[in-house]
Design a protein around this ligand. Structure first.
Ligand code: SF4
Ligand code: SF4
Length: 359
């Protein structure tokens, strides 16, 4: 019993401990749902209970003051409950249309809790946050996300797109950010092999573990100026940063080498078709803090071409498949380069089988 009741700080509480009463009562007995207007859903249960959900765009990193503001609204309208979604939205749930109207007014009055992100919209960007906690980012996360969403805000608060558009950002090609299955993906890429700090390496790193960490077997033992160290075969390196995970004496962040690749057309499966992986649309855009102009321009270009060319309900990947990959480059004006071509000719010697790592 002691074990069952123990309180630890490992992991979140079990989900059903955090359910509002109406969700507990109707668990497994929801009949259907619909979107009443952008950002507002209603779920109807067998019992006749109705649950209204209001989705607000939020940020992944926020101040405790912001959380306090959400809590005040949740206390006033939602019995103290609200939830964060994986796409960094905040959702408030109420059980009547009267409460719904009051909630919407309070959110509008707050000024920083925009309602939207449902149906045929651009919902909030799911993203990583490598520069806060990780070791291999090639880009900032919050900066590009904020800049892109500022430009696409109108598509968040409306539902005028042919279908939903899911945008994701991962700050390196390890892709914690779902970029492989999103309609538009912003991906941090390195373009140079790691720098080897020979005088530190044998003091900071286990050489066998460092060699074993490389997925393309690009690392071998070496001796430099009497230091036990390693050498990297640059042709084999795909700039993944795995070696840096094991060995801090092999940093690969580089002001000129690092930047953004844009990918398009990924999605998870739905009733219409199988899942699709995203494809490389732009191999490299330099890092441009603070407003990331070229990245914003690239994404608005893709979105505008999609809006004017896609049929209703067609996701970006389905639209591209219908018009053809070549035509996608015509309508966006993006340059088609050798980096877009799947080329397995070098796989035997380099083990690279992807389009993204050819620099
Ligand atoms: Fe770290 Fe890469 Fe994930 Fe960003 S995408 S959090 S840099 S592993
Ligand atoms: Fe190998 Fe990746 Fe390190 Fe390159 S960056 S040497 S591919 S582990």
């Amino acid at each position: 019993e002691m074990v069952a009741n123990r309180i630890t700080d490992i992991g979140p509480p079990k989900y059903d401990e955090m359910w509002p009463e109406i969700i507990k009562n109707n668990y497994g007995k929801w009949l259907h749902h619909e979107i009443l207007e952008p950002g507002v859903l209603v779920h109807v249960a067998e019992s006749g209970d109705k649950l209204y959900t209001v989705r607000c765009g939020a940020t992944r990193l926020m101040t405790t003051h912001m959380v306090e503001d959400y809590c005040k609204i949740a206390d006033e309208f939602c019995g103290g409950y609200f939830r964060f979604t994986t796409r960094n939205n905040v959702e408030f749930m109420v059980t009547s249309t009267e409460k719904l109207e009051g909630l919407k007014k309070a959110l509008a009055a707050a000024g920083n809790m925009p309602i939207g992100g449902t149906g045929h919209s651009v919902t909030n960007i799911v993203h990583t946050q490598g520069w806060v906690h990780c070791h291999t980012p090639a880009i900032d996360a919050s900066g590009p996300v904020k800049s892109v969403m500022d430009a696409l805000f109108d598509y968040f608060t409306s539902m005028k797109l042919p279908a939903q558009v899911r945008i994701a950002l991962a700050c390196c090609l390890n892709m914690c950010g779902a970029v492989h299955c999103s309609d538009i993906a912003i991906l941090g890429v390195h373009r140079k092999p790691p720098v080897i700090e020979h005088s530190h390496l044998d003091k900071m790193c286990e050489i066998p573990t460092t060699i074993a960490s490389c997925p393309t077997a690009a690392i071998k033992p070496s001796k430099v100026d009497d230091f036990k160290s390693v050498a990297v075969n640059a042709d084999r390196c795909m700039y993944c940063g795995n070696c840096y995970t094991m060995c801090p004496a092999m940093p690969l962040a580089d002001a000129d080498g690092d930047g953004i690749a844009i990918m398009v057309g990924g999605k998870v499966s739905n009733s219409k078709c199988m899942p699709k992986f995203s494809k490389l649309a732009i191999p490299y855009i330099p890092n441009e803090p603070p407003r990331w102009e070229s990245t914003v321009k690239a994404i608005t270009t893709i979105l505008e071409a999609y809006v004017s060319g896609a049929k209703r309900y067609e996701r970006i990947g389905e639209w591209i498949e219908r018009i053809g990959w070549e035509r996608f480059f015509d309508v966006t004006g993006f340059e088609f380069t050798k980096r877009h071509i799947d080329d397995y000719r070098f796989a035997a010697t380099t083990w690279r089988t992807s389009t993204q790592f050819k620099w």
